[in-house]
Design a binder for this molecule. Structure first.
Ligand SMILES: Cc1ncc(COP(=O)(O)O)c(C=O)c1O
Length: 427
């Protein structure tokens, strides 16, 4: 069971950043802090699975599925090997195939669109709302053709897409909605959890997600009995009973070790999500106090549901984003760009014919946004250091051009030094 947190989301007062010494580093993510508190329980859970000899699916997987179904208040949870597979399985269950079209945002992780192409279907990219970075429902509607078979909104950074607008559009067009909820576990919309709003929800247990495993994993949610039945078959090669194949599926099962570890973590997810909200609120106060509104646009709150802040993404004005990031890296502050290259202009999708300029809000976001540390165990002192380093960059008298640009540094992970103990920081 999720432990419900009643704490209000208002942080302790943000003292002036100038009044204290800055910390030498702030990681983008520090999973070691989360694991330190749970270390004994996690090790005992792993030992239990090793002793049982049941490594794929099995009792822990069944129990995790039941616990997630309760936590998200959704009738069906079907686990699988990754969030990427969850998207693939969802589209397979809906019968998406060669020549079909699926409307997806371009401003998202690659898997949202690659699931479509792996089935021989064509992703049709929609632009985003520049305030929320979530897919723009009006553009989704414009992109629906007679060949369209599904719509995939992404609840990016932990915030639910505008389902008030998207669900009626899908209904009018007679299309199913697959929610890419990989970043949004426990986010809500008018009180209902993401993943229970459309036809199928797709989630990831990748370690950087709000509920992360110690390896890959994922799951699907649905309120539809027919889809749940298909998904359970599709994840095991369409096999039922053993060695009798009713349809052509894939091998995408969750390991028992992952399930056992996730069951240790799940009861803490609500409190962790609240801690992320507290950190987001504190950032809002710190940025307001630092008088940076001209240079840094902070993310807004969502009045229609719970935002679970998988990422805290700010927009940096006037072409300063990469120089700011280099400044932060030089002072040990981790940050990341989600996502530097929109999907419609990725090399592997060149054959689809999209060009720079086709999705202006997406392209601008890719050039201007920066994710800052937001993980639940982040301290107020660390947040003050992050904001102070940003203020220092913008208030410095020397021109920003003297700071090395990001492209002079090698590769997208040049800031690894500052990201802490997470094996990889991506979303
Ligand atoms: C929006 C989104 N969709 C899909 C995925 C794919 O999940 P996974 O890494 O578990 O395959 C991710 C995460 O990486 C994601 O952030």
């Amino acid at each position: 069971m999720i432990r419900q947190t009643t704490t209000s989301a208002s942080p302790a007062p943000a003292t002036s950043v100038a009044q204290e010494a800055l910390l030498p580093s702030v990681p983008l993510l520090a999973l070691d802090r989360q694991h330190a508190a749970l270390r004994d329980e996690i090790r005992a859970a792993i030992d239990r699975v090793v002793d049982s000899g049941r490594f794929v699916l099995g009792p822990d997987v069944n129990d995790l599925e039941a616990e997630l179904a309760r936590a998200l208040d959704v009738p069906h949870v079907i686990s699988c090997a990754s969030g990427s597979d969850a998207l693939l399985l969802a589209l397979m269950a809906l019968g998406v195939g060669a020549g079909d079209e699926v409307v997806v945002p371009s401003y998202t992780f690659f898997a949202t669109a690659s699931a479509v192409t792996r089935l021989g279907a064509v992703p049709i990219f929609a632009d985003i709302d520049p305030q929320t970075y979530l897919v723009d429902p009006a553009d989704v509607e414009r992109k629906i053709s007679r060949r369209c078979k599904a719509i995939v909104p992404v609840h990016l950074f932990g915030r639910t897409a505008d389902m008030d607008a998207l669900l009626p559009i899908a209904k009018r067009a007679g299309l199913p909605v697959v929610e890419d909820a990989a970043q949004s576990i426990l986010s809500t919309w008018h009180g209902r959890c993401s993943g229970a709003l459309g036809d199928v929800g797709c989630f990831s247990f990748y370690p950087t997600k709000n509920l992360g495993g110690i390896g890959d994993g994922g799951f699907l949610t649905t309120t539809r009995d027919d889809i749940a039945k298909s998904l359970k078959l599709l994840r095991v090669h369409g096999m039922e009973p053993r060695y009798y194949h009713q349809l052509i599926g894939i091998n995408s099962r969750l390991d028992s070790i992952q399930a056992a570890v996730l069951r240790v973590k799940l009861p803490h997810l609500d409190a962790w999500s609240t801690a992320r909200q507290v950190n987001a609120t504190r950032y809002g106060e710190l940025f307001a106090a630092a008088d940076l509104a001209d240079c840094v646009t902070v993310p807004g709150e969502e009045p229609r549901g719970r935002h679970v802040w998988n990422q805290y993404v700010v927009r940096i004005a006037a072409g300063q984003r990469d120089a700011l990031r280099a400044h932060l890296a030089a002072h040990g502050v981790g940050s990341e760009i989600y996502y530097p290259v929109p999907l419609h202009v990725q090399q592997c999708f060149e054959h689809l014919g999209w060009r720079t300029g086709d999705l202006p809000h997406t392209e601008q976001a890719a050039a201007e946004t920066l994710a800052l540390p937001i993980f639940p165990e982040l301290t107020a002192a660390e947040q003050r250091t992050v904001v102070a380093r940003i203020a220092e960059f913008f208030h410095a008298s020397r021109p920003a051009a003297t700071i090395p640009a990001a492209e002079t540094l090698r590769g997208p992970h040049f800031l690894r030094r500052a990201v802490g103990k997470a094996d990889e920081v991506r979303s």
